[in-house]
Design a protein around this ligand. Sequence first.
Ligand code: ADP
Ligand code: MG
Length: 703
Amino acid sequence: MSEYYNVADIFGQNVFSDKVMQERLPKKVYKELKKTIDGGKDLDPMVAEVVAEAMKQWAIEKGATHYTHWFQPLTGVTAEKHDSFITAPRADGTILMEFSGKELIKGEPDASSFPSGGLRATFEARGYTAWDCTSPAFVREDAAGAILCIPTAFCSYTGEALDLKTPLLRSMQAINTQAMRLIKLFGNTTSRKVTPSVGPEQEYFLVDAEKFEQRKDLIYTGRTLFGAMPPKGQELDDHYFGTIRQRIASFMRQVNEELWKLGVSAKTQHNEVAPAQHELAPIYAEANVAVDHNQIIMQTLKRVACQHGMKCLLHEKPFAGVNGSGKHNNWSITTDDGINLLEPGKTPHENIQFLLVLACIMKAVDVHADLLRESAADVGNDHRLGANEAPPAIISVFLGEQLQDVMAQLISTGNATSSKSGGVLQTGVKTLPDLFKDATDRNRTSPFAFTGNKFEFRMVGSRDSIASPNIVLNTIVADAFCEACDLLEKSEDFDEAVHDLIKKYLTDHQRIVFNGNGYSEAWVEEAERRGLPNIKSMVDAIPSLVTEKAVDVFGKFGVFTRAELESRVEIKYENYAKAINIEARTMIDMASKQIIPAVIKYTKSLADTVIAVKAAGADTPVQSELLAESSDLLSDTKVALAKLIDVTDQAAAMPEGREQSVYCHDVVMSVMEELRAPVDKLEMIVDKEMWPMPSYGDLIFEV
Ligand code: ADP
Ligand code: MG
């Protein structure tokens, strides 16, 4: 790593950026490509040929030996297959470096081993990757050397999406079309395109690699399956925003440098609430690029951690009883000429376009709360949502004092005549500057909060792709815009019609607004009275993908066909059951081969002591009590272990699908808890030297 450098000099240096394209492509080709990128004009194969040649030259100058199509199948991680640029040796034994337009545009990985959820029989293995020219190609440097990575979508032979990017791009088209209709109604003639912007805040844990290697649960599942709480947790809040320790700082420094080179605008870094927990946030970008960049961020965090003798844990709940990790998905919609449709201005009550946009979003979130909830469902996130730290599993919208007040005026009198302002912050110290307050305080317990000029969806899991929540947001908001435009475009008196519509939407959907404490039990009851869904687990969330309502809204905008939705449901059930199966088998392995043998050794040493002390004529009340206690817990452990083996086998014997997943959730998971309970108690009794793995304390306080 270089000593000191100017960030501006290295930023984007490994990206085939707009600037590089302007420099390296003939003007005409550049213009044609821009038409495709900006306006969706079909890509001319001749243009692709020239771009491929320029891209290859540029990548080779960066030291690249290989290229890969880089895509996001439904495995939860990205996929790649490297091909070197070399051609077959010529007669004189030398080679050329080649990369054609065809290779740039289309790849054909054998798709049979990627999840397709019944969309494709394995004998029809063809799947295609298609160049996404709206997300720039980049050269990644790692132990494999330098690789040209080309972001691509992944589809089946019949054009069905097998990935997360294809539906995301479709949803971006939908919201573009509908938002353009909406702003035209308000007289906008200058904007040509509307794009969702996304800024995801990524939380993660860092643990020492040597200790990680001693925990099979971390190795196989990404989270600890056993572990007693250390004497100190996060109760003092002394880690949050605390001084960053040198080992971590040096890691963060390298992460930033690598991300900047890849054009990822890493901006904010800080210690998070839990010991060993941290956060990284980039500056927001177009949804599609933001999703790709978030994948790059996760991969970079993992790779760089290894170089620093650490492991990065992206799991949503690596340690029970300790704060988990999420990913706040900040979302707004902006025109190509820089107008943010979620900007209320100083006097939101006069900003009719903003109020309509807001009313539409409230309607969308209320009508499709189940879909939004599903978009954040993943196996690890089940341990977080509703567990008193992350937002609850109930979707609600936080508007804040100012907008809440405007909304109340609109609903009660039909007219809003004022907007509360923030005023000046009084610190009581003359030498401190006067600060102008935001009109609204924050609410950290709300899953979907308005934060000034964007919505922050806080449910997303730390390990999950942010594609799904953005697909849902774009689609459901596009639908609400579409319905509003259908009415307003026909209206004779636009001002009156828009006024009535805003009032109607706000009135009809006010139940989704909640400004109070989302973690409280009272809210759970209140939400039930309001009829808001409280979907507690992933298995309960999955069916919302294929309700008639969901099939209609996704179908209407061409985001998902029914078959695509059904395939995703199938894959999700499968993934859920597989993940629980791996966790259960890991517990079985650890309990049988590590924990029970260790406790046997410990009880034997106690028994030996008891015999020896008694032989010497003394009494052994403490040793005998410990022996009895640990022997009892050992037998509880053995009983629970046998039960876990049994239910895990039963789950494995069931056909894949909903029933199996529900069984895993209801039965296997609870038996896992039964096994964990006596083991965690034993950990508090058994001699630390004999315990076969590092404790929570060792893992999170000694990084
Ligand atoms: P917070 O104080 O809530 O953490 P930040 O200002 O730090 O908010 O922003 C958090 C994330 O939201 C960052 O990634 C930031 O770039 C992003 N963000 C800021 N403004 C917008 C916007 N208009 N649209 C989408 N994301 C945004
Ligand atoms: Mg933040």
